[in-house]
Design a protein around this ligand. Structure first.
Ligand SMILES: [Ca+2]
Length: 510
């Protein structure tokens, strides 16, 4: 059986040169090596950060394919009918959330925070969301997919157990016993030891306990995690990428919570709950997973897999009380997925037929400081992201250049920015003219683009048409906010920019 499954794994994977996958009982150092080898093989990072909204990221860890014995032996659980051990192969790599979804991540996507142990301010980014039903979590991943353009989903039950085991075959990834010291559970009811331990009685900060060999924290304890599967008896015939039952009454939850006896936190332990119930008293949250793209997303010869937009407030502006702007996206769109950066991402995704990741950074500091702006320091994270396309959309906050010297300085600063982006990334760089057309600035920018060999797209100053302003769509307390593009203006920017990029890249109109 094992040999057969292993052949299935190797056969389905990416040819004979695929690295070794995980196997039951593999030492932690070998698991880490396999993870690194798969990252190299796939040309993907072992640790990946996805921007949900500015300042809110999801951190993910690569899970290599391989095999495990799913379930628990009788020695571990005498009453193991629901956990009958059987061999399972996972044939494709994927990414798993490094920790449970936090309250800040939930709020960025859903606009509210249903947690019973609700936190405020910076603590929202440290504590897991709980008091969420399976149905709530499905809505969360749907919205997360729309917002990020990436195929996020809940883990299959087999994926959850495989990633949690991380090559181990003991009751817990660290060994045989738990009494609340190794994970946040009810240590008053220990497993594998007679010695009771701590019982916090509430969720703790994510990453409070050690990560498993794949870099995942709190798979055991803290909050239960919803899986995609219906609950039902294991079908050992589903030996490869098991999908679970086709239908059912309950959905699987895994890993135990702060209030659970240690027995419920075992890697093989199965628990279930009504999909409509948030399980408020038992503490259920979620961990998301993301499939690894099997190829780059391309438009013509251009890899558009990772888009980086460097802009000003039109690209991204966080909440600012003094102007009554409470959002965290391009001003003044009505929703995150309606600003020009997200709309442009949509154009690239449709044209390429693949997933396009987006990262947005407000570099208004460059407009205000030009040569004094520390590009290397400010753009370190953005360049480490490995963008394949960079859109530069700035200018408004720069002082109007009047004298020949001011003009030359403005051009030189822009050229420095473009050269830096060309030198420090493999990306195609595109510059778009401003929403508010300012001829003196654009003339210099255009020359800088020519000198740097960068595509310049003139979007024709859409602010000249009042219908493109936010104030045409809704009332703003602050005129400056209403002077930004509304949903229509954002669409015009994205459409004209995309048309120019398409022409520049493949020489014809979309
Ligand atoms: Ca957990």
């Amino acid at each position: 059986m094992r040999v057969l499954l292993w052949m299935v794994v190797c056969g389905c994977l990416l040819g004979a040169d695929a690295p070794e996958g995980l196997k039951p009982g593999m030492p932690a150092a070998e698991v880490k090596k396999a993870q690194q080898a798969w990252a190299r093989h796939l040309g993907q990072p072992a640790n990946k950060r996805v921007q949900v909204l500015h300042g809110v990221e999801l951190e993910l860890s690569l899970v290599p394919p391989g095999e495990m014995v799913m379930g628990s032996p009788e020695a571990e659980n005498k009453d193991n009918g629901a956990e009958l051990p059987h061999e399972v192969a996972l044939t494709k790599p994927w990414y798993a959330g490094v920790h449970e979804v936090t309250q800040a991540q939930w709020e960025a996507v859903m606009g509210g925070n249903p947690s019973r142990f609700k936190k405020e301010g910076a603590e929202k980014a440290a504590f897991p969301v709980e008091n969420v039903s399976h149905n709530d979590c499905q809505r969360f991943v749907e919205k997360l997919r729309a917002l990020t353009g990436l195929p996020f989903r809940l883990p299959k039950e087999a994926e959850w157990e495989y990633a949690t085991r991380a090559g181990t075959n003991t009751p817990f990834w660290w060994g045989e016993s738990l009494n609340g010291k190794e994970a946040n559970c009810n240590g008053g009811k220990p497993f594998g030891t007679m010695e009771p331990g701590p019982a916090l009685g509430k969720p703790c900060r994510v990453r409070s306990y050690a990560a498993n060999p794949l870099g995942l924290h709190d798979t055991a304890g803290n909050v239960f995690e919803w899986c995609a599967d219906w609950y039902g008896k294991y079908d050992p015939a589903q030996g490869s990428d098991p999908q679970g039952p086709q239908s059912g009454k309950y959905r699987v939850v895994r890993g135990g919570s702060w209030g659970s006896p240690a027995n419920l936190c075992r890697s093989g332990r199965r628990v279930f709950n009504d999909p409509a119930s948030p399980g408020s008293s038992i503490g259920i949250g979620l961990r998301v997973v993301l499939d690894v793209p099997d190829k780059a997303s391309k438009v013509g010869a251009v890899d558009v897999s990772r888009l980086l937009v460097l802009g000003n407030s039109v690209a991204q502006h966080g909440p600012l009380k003094s102007v009554s702007w409470e959002h965290n996206w391009g001003m003044a769109a009505s929703a995150a997925d309606k600003d020009f950066a997200h709309l442009l991402r949509g154009h690239l995704a449709r044209a390429s037929g693949g997933a396009v990741e987006l990262r947005v950074k407000n570099i208004a500091g460059f407009e205000r400081n030009l040569m004094a702006y520390d590009l290397a320091a400010e753009l370190r994270e953005e360049l480490a992201y490995g963008p394949t396309v960079i859109v530069v959309a700035i200018g408004r906050n720069a002082k109007e250049p009047g004298t020949p010297e001011e003009k030359a300085n403005y051009r030189a600063a822009f050229l420095h920015l473009l050269k830096t982006l060309r030198e420090k990334s493999q990306a195609r760089v595109v510059v778009r003219s401003e929403f508010w057309a300012e001829a003196a600035k654009e003339a210099e920018v255009r020359q800088a683009c020519e000198a740097a060999g960068v595509l310049y797209v003139d979007i024709g100053g859409p602010a000249g048409d009042a219908a493109n302003l936010g104030s045409a769509e809704r009332q703003y307390e602050h005129a400056g906010v209403g002077g930004h593009p509304g949903d229509k203006g954002m669409q015009v920017i994205a459409d004209r920019l995309w048309e120019g990029m398409r022409k520049g890249w493949v020489g014809k109109k979309p």
